[in-house]
Design a protein around this ligand. Structure first.
Ligand SMILES: NC(=O)c1ccc[n+]([C@@H]2O[C@H](COP(=O)([O-])OP(=O)(O)OC[C@H]3O[C@@H](n4cnc5c(N)ncnc54)[C@H](OP(=O)(O)O)[C@@H]3O)[C@@H](O)[C@H]2O)c1
Length: 242
């Protein structure tokens, strides 16, 4: 694929899957607006703008959208990737501030990103691709992940509703990316069976070398967005089903 002159906004681009998506998109020739609270994986340059962003801040999300259109003129792809897993453990142990931060990031943050991108597409009279990074936990409950399962299920349903609202503007997918070798996976492995009964299975997946490198997942997501050979019709997709 030659994606020169295509523009992407990627949230949570400082490490992990977001960094893998950013590197895959950059190597395909795309221009990028990368944002996270800490420094993104690629530095500012001719094809890269970097911005500090907390995705739960509505004004900051809108500022990212303005920066993208003022600098590059349009946006073809928006990836709502930023997310967190905590609080882990039974819901009875979770504090209200931790729950609020979780849903502010994983649900409100995605909604604000979707809204900003859809407004850009209407303002510029263009079509675009929206990828919301979901999880297998959207469809399957895990003890110890009540907030995470609920938030990712919300992302799936939000994406399906947006697909109905914007059929002329958007190709939208909520993507469960598989098990990716990131800091989030390292955090899972630190937990005991009392707070996360499935922890041993995740430790085994890591020990067996079965975690997917972030760059490999990034390549698959960019292909899903732009390669007709990788196109899928359904909104909610699990990359492991390919
Ligand atoms: N790893 C997996 O196996 C896996 C599986 C299924 C789904 N996912 C999903 O994939 C996405 C990326 O996860 P990951 O595994 O790459 O985790 P990670 O290594 O912990 O990276 C999370 C990213 O999100 C950013 N972030 C977190 N809170 C943010 C906020 N409030 N505002 C802006 N950026 C924020 C972080 O950057 P800063 O800290 O610099 O802000 C970081 O770049 C998440 O949505 C996750 O749920 C991961």
């Amino acid at each position: 694929m030659n994606l020169t002159n295509r523009v992407a906004v990627i949230t949570g681009a400082s490490r992990g899957l977001g960094a893998g998506i950013a590197q895959a998109a950059y190597d395909q020739g795309m221009s990028l607006v990368l944002c996270s609270r800490s420094a993104p994986v690629l530095a500012t340059g001719a094809r890269v703008r970097t911005l500090e962003l907390d995705v739960s801040d509505p004004d900051a999300v809108d500022a990212v959208a303005r920066e993208a259109t003022s600098h590059f003129g349009h946006v073809d792809l928006w990836v709502n990737n930023a997310g967190l897993l905590e609080p882990m453990g039974p819901l009875r142990s979770a504090t209200a501030p931790a729950l609020r931060q979780h849903f502010d990031t994983n649900v409100l943050g995605v909604a604000l990103g979707c809204r900003a991108f859809i407004r850009i597409l209407h303002d510029t009279d263009r079509r675009g691709v929206l990828l919301n990074i979901s999880s297998g936990a959207a469809r399957k409950p895990y003890s110890g992940w009540a907030a995470y399962c609920a938030g990712k299920a919300a992302v799936d349903r939000m994406s399906e509703a947006i697909a109905l609202e914007e059929p002329d503007r958007l190709k939208v997918h909520a993507v469960a990316p598989g098990l990716i070798d990131t800091r989030m996976q390292a955090l899972i492995r630190e937990h005991g069976v009392d707070s996360f009964p499935n922890a041993e299975r995740f430790r085994k997946t890591h020990a067996d070398g079965d975690l997917v490198p972030p760059r490999e997942a990034g390549d698959a997501l960019i292909a899903l967005a732009f390669d007709p050979a990788a196109a899928r019709n359904e909104v909610c997709i699990d990359l492991r089903d390919r």
